[in-house]
Design a protein around this ligand. Structure first.
Ligand code: C2O
Length: 542
């Protein structure tokens, strides 16, 4: 195993998209940021130099960070932000993960432009569980705002309204040629006839689950979130923000040009192929055609059936050790709410629904980040009054996914910095239940520091009497982000074998801002190998 050193310089860089140039926050002047490629077992040392005017942190999305919680990155959770002019070195080892992950800023909405791919190859001497592909290409889906994304979310917070939607979806930072002024930058993916490519697809969009397809080509899914899957074929992928999917594509069609296309699942913008569709071009190398690329069909924005039949096909390929018995049986509601408008607003009216402002919660707690310490620092140094450990194991008030029969309390959650304490090694099950209080949507729930098994998914209210029998404890997929079905639920299981403080949140960034997060405090076990490492000397303090 090797140690790789990298420098990430956070800086303002002029970027031209959609006919306009604006300054964007980038890493090393690149948008998207640099791709890191490692082998399983390697150690990464990334020194982040903040030369921009915002506080920032970097999160290594999906990296297990065994005992190295100090390198996880969420602002005020595992570290205080890196101030302008300062630096911090993230040091961590990849252990037993292969496939595609990514990294992104974990502070305000900076991840809109501060993100990149993290490719984990098999360790030397081991290989893919499928024939070695001839080519490998990473395709990172994203969103572009003409305005500064930090201003977009700050404006929304000031008024209580929902933030402005993005101006384009993107593939590798490019909207693609269906958008204005975007033909020149459109991403071209070259293929040779007869060859097989491994496409590593990542949803780095801030707020949007996305469909993904390639005209006239079948996709063979082989992995997701850096875990291998039993291969299956599909025409369309759906990725919630945070999720990755690895697919094989064989160039077995007439040598022409084909669109690679992505557009929203579940969005207000119900539109056919138009400029809410981002495209890249799959181009056979020997083609001489000048005709436009072939356009694939994509499901309608509300086609949940496609999503369900896709996610049902996910089965782990190997190394499945699902906890069969449970020490912690948790039930978390996830959903939006509407908060009273503060008194200082004109006529006490905010710009959310009916003069309220939007909020969000898990189990009726709207999560508040501390501002003077990180949670991990407070835990590890025994600093009092930063958090409490009374996050409820069950919803404290009645809920119903239909949105009826809901206690008033759920509309207006309590605010708090509440953690849930887990003993080292405890076997945890969490039912994640969409509440449909204000609206219902597919929430991508991401857990830091862990992969979890998704043992079941369904619609309606979770009912232990009938739904427990549907659990897959044989070969469920292992992921770090679960797309909880709209108007439905998902059940996840994991073993709490990584001590530290670990955030769990909706990966729609607007929901994080509104409080759709909580954190687990996993206690140390016995002996050095079950204990959180000491804090690095250059850890930023607040
Ligand atoms: Cu990909 Cu808490 O983040």
């Amino acid at each position: 195993a090797k140690v790789q050193h990298h420098n990430f310089v956070i800086q303002e860089t002029p970027v031209k998209r959609l006919c306009k140039t604006r300054n964007a926050i980038t890493v090393n002047g690149m948008f998207p940021g640099p791709t890191l490629e490692v082998n399983d077992g390697d150690t990464l040392e990334v020194k982040v130099h903040n030369r921009a005017r915002y506080n920032i942190t970097i999160h290594w999305h999906g990296v297990r960070q065994m005992r190295t919680g100090w390198a996880d990155g969420p602002e005020f959770v595992t570290q205080c932000p890196i101030r302008p002019g300062k630096s911090y070195t993230y040091r961590f080892t990849i252990q037993g993960q292969e496939g595609t992950l990514w990294w992104h800023a974990h502070s305000s909405w900076l991840r809109a432009t501060v993100y990149g791919t993290l490719i984990i190859h098999p360790a030397p001497g081991s290989s893919f569980p499928f024939p070695k592909p001839d080519r490998q290409t990473a395709l990172v889906l994203g969103e572009w705002w003409n305005a500064n994304p930090v201003n977009v979310i700050n404006q929304a917070t000031r008024t209580g309204a929902a933030p402005n939607v993005s101006d384009a979806y993107t593939i590798n930072g490019q909207p693609g040629d269906l958008y204005n002024c975007s033909t020149k930058g459109t991403v071209v993916v070259p293929v040779n006839a007869g060859e097989t490519s491994l496409l590593r697809v990542i949803n780095a969009a801030l707020n949007q689950p996305l469909f993904f397809t390639v005209a006239n080509h079948k996709l063979t899914v082989v992995g997701a979130d850096a875990s291998y899957l039993k291969p299956f074929t599909t025409k369309v992928l759906m990725l919630g923000p945070g999720q990755t999917t690895d697919v094989l594509l064989t160039a077995n069609q007439p040598p022409k040009r084909y669109y690679i296309a992505s557009r929203a699942y579940q969005s207000a913008q119900n539109a056919p192929f138009d400029n809410t569709t981002t495209t890249a071009i799959l181009q056979y190398t020997k083609t001489t055609t000048t005709s436009p690329p072939i356009m694939p069909p994509l499901p309608a924005f509300n086609h949940t059936k496609t999503v369900t039949s896709f996610s049902r096909k996910f089965k782990s390929l190997r190394n499945v050790v699902v906890p069969k018995t449970i020490d912690e049986n948790l039930f978390f509601t996830i959903g939006l709410g509407l908060d009273k408008c503060p008194k200082h607003f004109p006529k006490n009216r905010c710009q959310g629904l009916n003069g309220t402002r939007f909020t969000a919660s898990m189990n009726n707690v709207s999560f508040v980040l501390p501002s003077n310490f990180s949670l991990l620092q407070a835990h590890s140094n025994g600093i009092p009054n930063v958090f409490t450990t009374d996050f409820p194991a069950k919803p404290p008030v009645k809920f119903d996914y239909t949105g009826k029969n809901i206690s008033r309390g759920l509309f207006q959650p309590v605010k708090g910095t509440k953690l849930y304490k887990l003993k080292y090694g405890s076997r945890v099950q969490i039912v994640l239940q969409d509440t449909n209080i204000v609206t219902s949507e597919n929430h991508p729930i991401h857990l830091h520091g862990y992969d979890f098994y998704i043992v079941a998914e369904g619609f309606g209210n979770f009912n232990p009497k009938k739904d427990n029998s549907k659990f897959n404890l044989v070969d469920p997929p292992l992921r770090n982000t679960v797309a909880v079905p709209v108007n439905g639920w998902a059940v996840i299981r994991f073993v709490a074998d990584n001590p530290g403080v670990w955030l769990m949140h909706c990966h729609l960034d607007v929901h994080i801002k509104w409080g759709l997060s909580m954190a687990f405090l996993v206690e140390n076990g016995v002996g050095e190998l079950e204990t959180l490492e000491a804090a690095p000397h250059d850890l930023p303090v607040c």
